[in-house]
Design a protein around this ligand. Structure first.
Ligand SMILES: CC(=O)N[C@H]1[C@@H](OP(=O)(O)OP(=O)(O)OC[C@H]2O[C@@H](n3ccc(=O)[nH]c3=O)[C@H](O)[C@@H]2O)O[C@H](CO)[C@@H](O)[C@@H]1O[C@H](C)C(=O)N[C@@H](C)C(=O)N[C@H](CCC(=O)O)C(=O)O
Ligand SMILES: Nc1ncnc2c1ncn2[C@@H]1O[C@H](COP(=O)(O)OP(=O)(O)OP(=O)(O)O)[C@@H](O)[C@H]1O
Ligand SMILES: N[C@H](CCC[C@H](N)C(=O)O)C(=O)O
Ligand SMILES: [Mg+2]
Length: 496
């Protein structure tokens, strides 16, 4: 594609320099530029891509998109917002891939990864080729690719969608973070179904207030578009029990379908029973009332299932087929994942890293715990500081043995993160063990038969970010080592 064709859609642009080169790729990272690339300068939080334009030209860039004139000898297209233009040209360059896909976006504070996997399963089971983009990876069919962000930048996204269409993907499911909505990473994505899980405190470092955070998530529903084209209905799947849904219902032109447990809803669960093995409930849809038993643990997972069921129903998947698919779900990696090495106490690794998800996780544990409950909890560095004392309070309130430790301190001092946490629980009983490995070993060493240990915050993560260093660290591996060590020393004692 030639430069002028690509940028023909952008109004009020200026062009510095002559030429209409043929473009082989679009890049926003100068290190990825090859001969024939268009380089888009993005002013980031740490680097200003405009400063790297000369380097990009050295690497082979034949044209630049910029917000200001640049001293380079290739054509420069000057626009108001390179971030917005990046989304537009990426969509154009890759042939509007999201218009060819059945695209499902999920937003909300907690549950996005879980719901996206439930939805992926529904579509796989009706023999569709699926794609998935989220916190853990990008998946095309059964092939997985590493990702840096839950929702990648617009260029990576459109490239990925293009690749999905090339590989025959019919339905793509993706997590849409509030950061992505705010930064325009999903500009140009033509969603068919948008799902809202819930809104509770997180990311106030970025959004400032809950009001701004609520607004950012609402953009997913508002941006589904106002036009009713091609007779293909669009759907907003909203949680009737979360009051933010009222705002999102007002914001969207799409058909609204609600799910919930307490308020009136189109897809509703009643008579809920939760055990350590799973959950049962009566499912009420506009057409049917059926008894459902699912292997996912916890009330919050019933919400996740209801959201997936609503998506399945508006996609015309028969209810019995949906239920059968969900019954086969073995759980999502790092979400309430059991670590079992033959011990007589329960160890669970979970990804709860917000006050609300931690409370939900611990309340769920308390529903089946018979003895003590250990909660190993840390808070991420360079993230919302105001959630730290709240998470510590939740741990003290809902566990008998809270242990505070580190969870990706990043550029912050681990001790000062722990101070922020413990300031919320002055005078309460807790242990503070900065080293996460030691914290896990301590809980496992102390645990007695029938106790439960919840290791929260890192779930599937297999790393710990300390300063700029990323070291290998997997809660599941460390817990298993500690369990084996404990069992070995118990056996030795028995032999003596
Ligand atoms: C605050 C934030 O969101 N930062 C995102 C942002 O980084 P940044 O602004 O620092 O980028 P930068 O390094 O300054 O680079 C600016 C430009 O220069 C380019 N560059 C940079 C370096 C270089 O050598 N050459 C070069 O050309 C870059 O490609 C980029 O185009 O743009 C990057 C590329 O898209 C993102 O990876 C990065 O996410 C960081 C890693 C991050 O941690 N973000 C978190 C807050 C986030 O977005 N989280 C949500 C999930 C939240 C949830 O699930 O609850 C998410 O969607 O991941
Ligand atoms: N619907 C829900 N409501 C509240 N808590 C939930 C819900 N679903 C899952 N959780 C809890 O939150 C944790 C994270 O779940 P999940 O990874 O699905 O959320 P997420 O929204 O993708 O998170 P992230 O924003 O970090 O990507 C789980 O380990 C569980 O403890
Ligand atoms: N998507 C979340 C993940 C947090 C996971 C936790 N382990 C941490 O590092 O704070 C974030 O980037 O804020
Ligand atoms: Mg996620």
């Amino acid at each position: 594609m030639r430069l002028d064709d690509l940028i023909s859609i952008i109004p009020f642009k200026q062009k510095q320099g002559e030429g209409n080169p043929s473009l082989t790729s679009i890049e926003n990272d100068h290190r990825k530029v090859n001969s024939g690339s268009l380089f888009i300068c993005i002013k980031g939080y740490t680097v200003d891509g405009h400063d790297l334009a000369p380097e990009a030209v050295k690497n082979g860039a034949v044209a630049i998109v910029s917000e200001k004139p640049l001293d380079v000898d290739v054509p420069v297209v000057i626009v108001k917002s390179t971030a917005k233009v990046m989304a537009q040209v990426a969509d154009q360059f890759y042939g509007h891939p999201t218009q060819k896909l059945n695209l499902i976006g999920i937003t909300g504070t907690n549950g996005k990864t879980t719901i996206s996997h439930l939805i992926e399963k529904l579509f796989k089971d009706i023999n569709q080729v699926t794609g998935l983009i989220g916190t853990m990876y990008t998946k095309i069919g059964n092939e997985t690719f590493e990702t840096k962000n839950t929702t990648p930048d617009s260029l990576t996204l459109q490239k990925t969608f293009h690749s999905m269409t090339e590989k025959g993907v019919e339905t793509a499911v993706m997590e849409v973070s509030s950061h992505a909505l705010e930064m325009g990473r999903v500009f140009g994505c033509d969603y068919d179904i948008a799902v809202f899980s819930n809104l509770t405190q997180d990311h106030l470092d970025y959004h400032g207030t809950m009001e701004n955070y609520r607004y950012a998530k609402g953009l997913l529903f508002a941006r589904m578009g106002n036009a009713y084209r091609d007779g293909k209905p669009k759907y907003a799947i909203l949680n009737a029990d979360d009051e933010a849904s009222i705002m999102y219902e007002r914001a969207t032109a799409a058909n609204v379908v609600t799910y919930g447990i307490h308020q009136a809803a189109d897809v509703k669960a009643e008579n809920i029973r939760i055990t350590a093995q799973g959950s049962s409930f009566t499912l009420i849809t506009p057409a049917e009332k059926v008894e459902v038993s699912l292997p996912l643990i916890g009330k919050f997972n019933i919400y996740n299932c209801l959201a997936a069921i609503a998506v399945g129903l508006v996609s015309n998947i028969p209810l019995q087929q949906i239920i059968q698919s969900l019954k086969e779900i073995k759980g999502v990696s790092g979400r309430f994942e059991r670590v079992y090495g033959g011990q007589d106490f329960t160890v669970l690794v979970d990804y709860s890293h917000t006050p609300d998800s931690l409370e939900n996780a611990l309340k769920t544990v308390n529903e089946f715990a018979e003895k003590k409950v250990y909660a190993i909890v840390g808070c991420g560095g360079d993230r919302d500081k105001t959630k730290r004392p709240l998470m510590a309070q939740v741990a003290c309130e809902y566990s008998t043995n809270p242990i505070f430790t580190s969870d990706n301190p990043r550029s912050e001092d681990p001790e000062s993160i722990l101070d922020d946490m413990t300031n919320g629980v002055l005078g309460k009983d807790y242990k503070r063990i900065t080293d996460r490995r030691e914290a896990i070993y301590e809980a496992i060493k102390q645990a007695e038969p029938k106790d439960v240990i919840l290791i929260a915050g890192k779930g599937h993560e297999d790393y710990q970010i300390i300063g700029k260093e990323v070291i290998h660290f997997d809660d599941r591996e460390v817990a298993m080592e500690a369990i084996k060590e404990k069992l070995n020393s118990q056996q030795k004692e028995e032999r003596v």
